[in-house]
Design a protein around this ligand. Sequence first.
Ligand SMILES: Cc1cc2nc3c(=O)[nH]c(=O)nc-3n(C[C@H](O)[C@H](O)[C@H](O)COP(=O)(O)OP(=O)(O)OC[C@H]3O[C@@H](n4cnc5c(N)ncnc54)[C@H](O)[C@@H]3O)c2cc1C
Length: 361
Amino acid sequence: MNISIIGAGPIGCYCGYLLAKAGQRIDIYEEHAEIGLPIQCTGLLTSDFDQFGLPKESFLVNTFGEIEINSPNKQLTIKQKEYLIDRSKFDGFLAELAKKAGAKIYLQHAFARKENEGLVIKDTKNDKEIAVTPDAVIAADGPLSKTAHAFGLYPADRVSYQGVQAVVEGKFDLNKYQTFFGNKVCPDLFAWIVPESRSRARVGLASTKDARKLFDQFVLERDFKILEIQAGMIPLYHPKQKLQGGNCYLAGDASGFIKATTLGGLVPGLKQAELLANSIIESKNYEKEVKQLRKKMNFHLRLRKIFNKFSDEDWDKLLSLLNRPKIQRLLERYTRENPLPLVVKALITEPKLWYFSKFLF
Ligand SMILES: Cc1cc2nc3c(=O)[nH]c(=O)nc-3n(C[C@H](O)[C@H](O)[C@H](O)COP(=O)(O)OP(=O)(O)OC[C@H]3O[C@@H](n4cnc5c(N)ncnc54)[C@H](O)[C@@H]3O)c2cc1C
């Protein structure tokens, strides 16, 4: 099959690699002149990333052993292995992988519009338009996905977060990253401090409103020297998001498949890329293949809706309950990629956690 992929981000390139490896003819169109830039991501990955079997040496920045979680008056430390990657190097690595498998990547080529049975791609370097008629189109063009819009697959009521982060200088513990919850810090998510080294970290937060104001306030309260500011949109998962329309398939941020609890999109997006590639190669139904992943996305969204109703006292209460040794052991066993078994086991182990079920309604 002749397949056009729009967007040479990690999801477009990984999907392109898997399809090219299976013998499909792949053209990847990327609007920017360079892969992986500008950086709009912290690059934090749970250890579930290991399932993809990708060698980490060329893009790994740090490996953490602990996560420190802070609420206004409580603190909790969870032992978990997590990775911090360099997004520019990671995207470059996946693009090379796709190229080596036979995919062609066209830089400074932007999807412009759908026309008749094909697509119009704008070659921005030479200021000309190219018409292509692929058998299938994969929209992997990120949170604003012009391709999803053109194929009528972008929900009109999709909610987006604005993520703001900075690379800062300060003093940091290399073995752990920190998160900060509470209505003053960030009412609809949390803030993070993720060390790259003992003297450098990525500090950020995301919110649906006033992200920049909240970020400035968070940084001002700490003794950091800002080296570089990065910002980007992050879609909130939409439960009615369609993944296919005509010969167009959606993957990654273009489809909003992001964990609504943390706004991490890399592990679910890479998984989605595998499911999509497999559906095309084996002529399977993509929606059916993605059902289990969608269930996880729905559960993350349900948790997000609960967390958004928390007062500062609720965050303190949750952290106190999670600090109990039996729950700690559960938190060490499960990553946040699939929270359902963790929540079920935690509710059985510590019945006081049922207190938070009042936020379900
Ligand atoms: C501040 C911030 C921090 C984040 N931190 C994390 C984190 O720590 N861990 C995590 O898992 N996730 C994180 N995310 C989310 C993560 O960055 C995304 O889920 C991930 O980048 C999705 O990859 P993608 O390939 O779907 O989209 P993108 O990475 O957005 O790639 C899309 C590509 O398409 C290209 N493109 C766009 N429009 C067109 C067009 N018309 N024609 C051609 N090309 C086009 C873009 O230039 C881009 O290269 C963060 C996001 C933000 C904003």
